[in-house]
Design a protein around this ligand. Structure first.
Ligand code: SF4
Length: 373
């Protein structure tokens, strides 16, 4: 099950004229080895949309824990459009990158308003929906509607760059455009959705970033990177910048059985609309204790005495490594009344924290707190 070898073919020439058996070999491999995933086997455009949004920047193993419960909770575009944002964010928590959930929600509302609750088939109409870019539009059009539409994601980039020996940064022109063009030429009229999923599956399970399993690859005989010893070099992605350390201190204001949490403003640069313990970034020449005190003051108008550190978690998101320390804080009597006056502050029982949409590091802290009890 291999492509015919083309030992002396130049990468550019190959890229310009995709081999006819690429599709046959890839699909035969996919039919035999694909993973059984809950979003496969459905052509419901909404389910395809949800799965593709979840899979962006998130591993399959994580999405597996969320997809089915999401579909039970919001089984249709209309159900999602009707939902409150707080419920949508709560269902999304743990998947991270909450802007995806907000855009999915906004997109569902637009589909109901403008398209009577049915996702449009036209590529241009799909692209007009919030959160749907070229990748998602290609996935929905090919998988749900059987359109001959290409898609390019990180897995596809890796497979194509290696198989065709494509040099350059795939996130920049001209290679970026060349990859979309090549993907467009490769995608067949018959089974375009399976073909696109097969390319992504190959990149996720065989043509992996490190230690690809070339001996099991259906494209191995014609693979330029393998032939030229470039597998480790391709694709030529820019070196990742080292994650910036961000030190954050939060205040744990207990009040009997209750704790105080704050809801971040919709325009907050990080974790907008989610619930957190009052927190602040530790400034230069500021101690974490001082930052925790400032956090309580800024978020709740509460002047507190900060005590011992009760927990610490680290969390990496995009290029930031967040070190979050939680400090016990004793509220002065006026804290409670100050908290009540602010609509973004809630006083909840520790076990009720589970019902709030919280970003991952604060959720971890909340679970530590809950388990403590
Ligand atoms: S032969 Fe190896 S490098 Fe080439 S496409 Fe297959 S897994 Fe990737």
């Amino acid at each position: 099950m291999e492509e015919k070898p083309r030992p002396n073919a130049a990468p550019k020439k190959e890229a310009a004229r995709p081999p006819a058996d690429f599709e046959t070999r890839l699909l035969a491999w996919y039919d035999r080895y694909r993973r059984d995933l809950p979003w496969r086997g459905t052509q419901d455009p909404y389910a395809v949309w949800v799965s593709e949004v979840m899979l962006q920047q998130t591993q399959v193993a994580t999405v597996l824990r969320y997809f089915s419960s999401w579909m039970r909770r919001f089984p249709s575009v209309r159900a999602l459009a009707r939902a409150r944002e707080a419920d949508v964010l709560h269902a999304w928590q743990g998947l991270g990158y909450y802007s995806r959930a907000r855009r999915l929600h906004a997109g569902a509302r637009m589909v109901v308003e403008r398209h009577a609750g049915e996702l449009p088939r036209q590529h241009s109409a799909l692209l007009a929906l919030p959160g749907i870019g070229a990748y998602s539009a290609g996935a929905i059009a090919s998988i749900a509607f059987g359109e001959r539409a290409p898609l390019v994601d990180g897995n596809v980039i890796r497979v194509l760059a290696r198989r065709f020996g494509l040099r350059g940064d795939p996130n920049k022109l001209p290679l970026k455009r060349a990859l979309w063009q090549l993907a467009g030429e490769l995608v067949p009229a018959k089974r375009p959705g399976d073909f696109n999923q097969a390319l992504m599956e190959l990149g996720a399970t065989v043509c992996t970033p490190r230690a690809p399993r070339c001996d099991e690859c259906p494209l191995r005989a014609a693979c330029i990177a393998r032939r030229d010893g470039l597998v480790e070099q391709l694709p030529e992605l820019p070196a990742r910048a080292k994650a910036t350390r961000v030190r954050v201190a939060a205040a744990l204001l207990r009040d009997g059985e209750h704790v105080h949490v704050v809801r971040l403003a919709p325009e907050a640069p990080r974790w907008a609309g989610l619930w957190t313990f009052p927190y602040a970034e530790v400034r230069t020449e500021e101690t974490p204790v001082a930052a925790a005190r400032r956090a309580a003051l800024e978020a709740m108008g509460a002047d507190v005495r900060v005590g011992a550190r009760v927990a610490k978690v680290t969390h990496t998101i995009t290029r930031f490594r967040i070190e979050l320390e939680l400090y016990e804080a004793a509220p002065a009597p006026r804290v409670r009344s100050g908290a009540k006056r602010r609509p973004n502050v809630a006083r909840v029982r520790a076990r009720e924290l589970e019902t709030l949409a919280m970003p991952a590091p604060h959720r971890k802290l909340a679970r530590m707190l809950f388990e403590e009890r």
